[in-house]
Design a protein around this ligand. Structure first.
Ligand code: 13P
Ligand code: SF4
Length: 366
């Protein structure tokens, strides 16, 4: 059984537009500050076709918060962070889920709702974290640390989730670890994001060790610690780019900037920032907390998406930091996904069943 939360539906006036012209006008009024008008003409045509096809095929579009602004604001039925979108995909009664995000997200949707067709508009939309570990790696770790429960970040592929006891997302990682520790598991593997693991360790006051140091060195024995996380050296290729210097440079020019950093950033960056949370938590913060200006240390499309909705807010940008995988998901490919029912996500049944348990446990405890 999974639980569900009600998340704002974006199925608004743009999606109900009765002509391309109407879709264009509505998109312009939302997106004029973030998408050039010549681009909007073309994108309104694509959005109009996508919204028609979605209705004809009883499909929904789930869009991660990192989607480009025109797609995010014109065709998504639901937007959210990994946790919200997982919950929605588990509970939808649409026949087709088009996942505008990356492969591990579409795979999660398929595992949670196996009777549905799950489509990912680009076959190549991967993730450096998901690519950093395999099911075989986890099996080796389990041999090395017998009986130690495995928590895996949702940014992993199904073979890793199948070897996992409980999944977590950036939104609930601390809660999952606290839950296990309260149940008496004082040694827990936390895979594969090195920085998220270190940040959760700092948040919960738990020690952290790594099983094999990349350049050799002495390994720590988990038995030497009262409470310890055993990490892995995966990194997000986007969030590892942010440096403490970025924050200091911005604060020199704008001392009243509120800095929000995603927990995939390094512990030094998180320490220097004012707030850290999942993409949804960052969006909620900007919506609900008034500040002279904000700096978001995360994928740069999200800043545009927030500004389109909150034009009165002042957002500073470090514009070059775009996730190359999220960037592959375009309106063009989303249209092709619906027209040709591509690229369908399949997960072998035995793996899906085991992976589903680790996801269900996460959804139950948080
Ligand atoms: P969220 O769950 O916070 O949306 O993060 C997903 C992700 O891939 C961040 O890089
Ligand atoms: Fe993966 Fe990082 Fe891209 Fe998120 S931003 S999908 S963690 S590579």
């Amino acid at each position: 059984m999974v639980t569900t939360t009600k998340v704002k539906s974006n199925n608004d006036a743009i999606q109900r537009a009765e002509s391309v012209e109407e879709a264009f006008k509505r998109m312009r009024s939302r997106l004029a500050d973030v998408v050039p008008e010549f681009e909007l003409h073309y994108k309104a045509e694509l959005a109009f076709k996508i919204n028609q096809l979605k209705r004809q095929k009883n499909a929904i579009i789930l869009a991660h918060n990192y989607m480009e602004p025109a797609l995010y604001h014109s065709v998504s039925d639901y937007t959210g962070d990994s946790l919200e979108l997982a919950r929605i995909s588990a509970n939808t009664d649409a026949d087709i889920i088009v996942f505008c995000g990356v492969k591990f997200m579409a795979e999660t949707a398929k595992i949670l709702n196996p009777s549905k067709t799950a489509l990912l508009p680009s076959e190549k939309a991967g993730c450096s974290l998901a690519a950093s570990i395999t099911g075989e790696d986890v099996r080796r770790l389990k041999k090395k640390y017998p009986g130690v429960p495995v928590v895996s970040y949702v940014n992993t592929y199904a073979d890793v989730k199948a070897e996992t006891d409980i999944c977590c997302t950036s939104s609930n990682a601390g809660a999952v670890i606290k839950h296990l520790m309260e149940q008496g598991h004082h040694r827990v593997m936390f895979l594969p994001d090195e920085y998220l693991a270190k940040n959760v360790a700092a948040e919960t006051g738990i020690d952290i060790i790594f099983p094999s140091l990349p350049k050799g060195g002495t390994e720590n024995d988990p038995e030497n610690f009262e409470r310890v996380l055993i990490g892995w050296h995966g990194r997000c290729e986007v969030h590892e780019q942010f440096k403490v210097e970025d924050i200091r440079n911005v604060r020199k020019q704008f001392p009243d900037t509120v800095v929000l950093a995603h927990p995939e950033c390094s512990p030094e960056v998180i320490e220097e920032a004012d707030f850290s949370g999942s993409t949804k938590k960052m969006i909620d913060y900007v919506r609900n907390v008034d500040a002279p200006r904000y700096l978001l240390l995360t994928e740069c499309s999200m800043g545009d998406n927030i500004i389109a909705e909150n034009p009165e807010k002042d957002m500073l940008r470090l514009c070059s930091v775009r996730c190359p995988h999220m960037n592959l998901i375009t309106l063009e490919d989303t249209l092709s996904a619906l027209e040709n029912l591509q690229y369908e996500i399949e997960v072998p049944k035995d793996i899906a069943q085991k992976a589903g348990k680790s996801l269900d446990r996460m959804l139950q405890i948080t």
